[in-house]
Design a protein around this ligand. Structure first.
Ligand code: GLN
Length: 455
């Protein structure tokens, strides 16, 4: 049914970069057979899933939305992919994304943009617009995304879906093509909080292949989501509203829905507390130094020797000329912008002023969160300042694109978990809005319990 749906709508939506119909049908019948033979197949056996193209998959190309990796077939599965296969999920294919996950609209994909299923003249957000659109358009019941500065949560908000960025280290990054290693987290996109929890239970937990993977014991997120949904009370829950992430500068329909959500929470017994996070205003500035710095280093491996594309100048050329011609042809403008920015920020003489200062701001933001979580159980804000914007609206002005990340970036800088869930449609444009809930690090379970109660 999902392959039929993809066939019917994806020529127009372009949520997928690669569709593995044959592989999916074959795997589905194998799982049927396992079940018929009396094997224990697990709760998600046979359920299809879409995978963001940033994740390595055996047997399917993995391009991270870039020309430089066109047709690249990884020799191994990302840990999250391997875990989904072992849990007998069926991989439908790979979803579109901004090149190397740099962007907030999926317009920076080297393979053309994805359309928002709610309004095809609008973007689905980014960088994981493909995964969110696939779930929003019923092409897949759920999907995997990656979130470095909001790439799971903001597209979820733009498409009326649920997206979760787990605690940093809670889900393995092994086999996720790195953007900024200290910020990247893989997580689920789904239509309900429970679905996200079920998928998180499959992909999460310690992985010895990822040096930053936490060794914590994680409780069942699905159990927490069920608990929240069955007794949807917020009695005694202290909800902090971050003053700096709302109000002026946010779209009216978004603010209105957010105010309504808070009123509902209060009626369900929550205590609403206003909190201030004075350093959040520097979040975007710090992020857009730290991210390019790490990205410029991570992307150095695309050198025409080890992976993907190789362009040789006419008549041959030196190693340096081949590398330079390959990177010139293989990377898009946003990737080049960030590599240049990051290399500059890390260079001798500028390191302390830029990268060093950004790291200090990161610490101050972490302290803002710590102070806020002394007073409240969870923090909330709109997931994005606007609803889905139109194509071309922000591509000429990178800064205006970056500003859309104001609400999501702080959680990545602090390594804490964040969830976006549908908050209703904005009155002025009829488009989905998202409620962001954030919890202290390692308290992902709280997001699922409270998120399901909100839902
Ligand atoms: N929009 C953000 C950026 O462009 C977030 C990217 C992400 O989370 N991968 O960096």
């Amino acid at each position: 049914a999902h392959l039929d749906r993809i066939e019917a709508v994806d020529t127009d939506l372009h949520a997928f970069l690669h569709i593995d119909s044959d592989g999916a049908l074959k795997r589905a019948s194998e799982i049927d057979q396992l079940r018929a033979d009396g094997h224990e197949v697990g709760p998600l056996a046979g359920v299809p899933v879409a995978v963001k193209d940033v994740l390595c998959t055996i047997g399917m190309p993995s391009t991270a939305g870039s020309k430089i990796l066109e047709g690249w077939m990884p020799p191994y599965d990302a840990t999250v992919v391997a875990r989904m296969r072992s849990a007998n999920l069926v991989l439908l294919g790979k979803t579109n994304m901004d090149e190397f996950a740099m962007g907030s609209s999926t317009e920076y994909s080297a393979y053309g943009p994805t359309r928002n299923p709610w309004d095809r003249e609008r973007t689905p957000g980014g960088s994981g617009g493909g995964s969110a659109a696939a779930v929003g358009a019923f092409e897949a019941p759920f999907a995997l995304g990656s979130d470095t500065g909001g790439s799971i949560r903001q597209p979820a908000a733009f498409t009326g879906t649920v997206g979760v960025k787990p605690t940093y280290g809670g889900v393995s990054r092994y086999g996720a093509i790195a953007l900024a290693s200290s910020l990247d987290q893989v997580g689920p996109v789904s239509r309900t909080v429970l679905d996200a929890a079920l998928l998180h239970d499959v992909i999460g937990g310690h992985d010895p292949h990822d040096a930053t993977s936490l060794t914590d014991f994680w409780p069942s997120f699905a159990a927490a989501a069920r608990e929240g949904a069955e007794a949807p009370s917020l009695k005694g829950v202290r909800i902090g509203v971050i003053k700096e992430l709302g109000g002026d500068g946010f779209q009216k329909g978004v603010n209105d829905r957010f105010t309504e959500a808070l009123a509902l929470a209060e009626a369900a017994g929550a205590e609403i507390v206003e909190v201030s996070a004075p350093h959040f205003e520097y979040g975007i500035a710090a992020y857009y130094l730290i991210l390019p710095a790490e990205a410029s280093s991570n992307l150095a491996k695309f050198d025409s020797v080890r992976f993907g594309l190789r362009v040789t100048p006419e008549g041959g050329g030196t190693v340096e000329q081949v590398m330079s011609a390959t990177r010139e042809a293989g990377f898009g403008p946003e990737v080049k912008r960030r590599v240049i920015l990051g290399t500059y920020a890390l260079s001798a003489g500028y390191y302390d002023a830029y990268y060093g200062s950004a790291q200090k701001v990161r610490t101050l933001i972490q302290r803002d969160f710590a102070a806020a979580f002394d007073r409240v159980d969870v923090l909330v804000s709109p997931s994005a300042p606007t609803t889905a914007f139109t194509f071309g609206e922000k591509t000429d002005d990178p800064l205006s694109m970056y500003l859309n990340d104001i609400t999501t970036i702080p959680a990545n800088l602090a390594g804490i978990p964040g969830m976006s869930l549908p908050m209703g449609l904005a009155a002025e444009d009829g488009l989905p809005t998202g409620l962001q809930i954030m919890a202290p690090a390692r308290e992902d379970v709280r997001l699922y319990r409270i998120g399901a109660a909100f839902e």
